[in-house]
Design a protein around this ligand. Structure first.
Ligand SMILES: [Zn+2]
Length: 69
């Protein structure tokens, strides 16, 4: 099943499933990078596929594993 994503759907998904916010106001397809704002305040770009599928729901700083733990 292929759910058709719209910018409204995506914004809702991002709000419900992450600490980040969606800043982009248009969505043109899976290959498009969307602009997000991480909960740490940093903006980051990612395709929605990556955001959704790879557990990359924050900026690269917050996603990066902590080496000390
Ligand atoms: Zn962050």
């Amino acid at each position: 099943m292929n759910k058709k994503w719209t910018i409204e759907n995506i914004r809702e998904y991002v709000t419900k499933n992450s600490e980040s916010k969606l800043l982009s106001t248009e969505y043109h397809g899976f290959s498009q990078k969307l602009l997000f704002k991480c909960s740490c305040g940093q903006n980051f770009e990612k395709t929605f596929t990556k955001f959704k599928g790879n557990n990359q729901r924050s900026c690269s700083d917050c996603v990066a594993p902590r080496p000390s733990r």
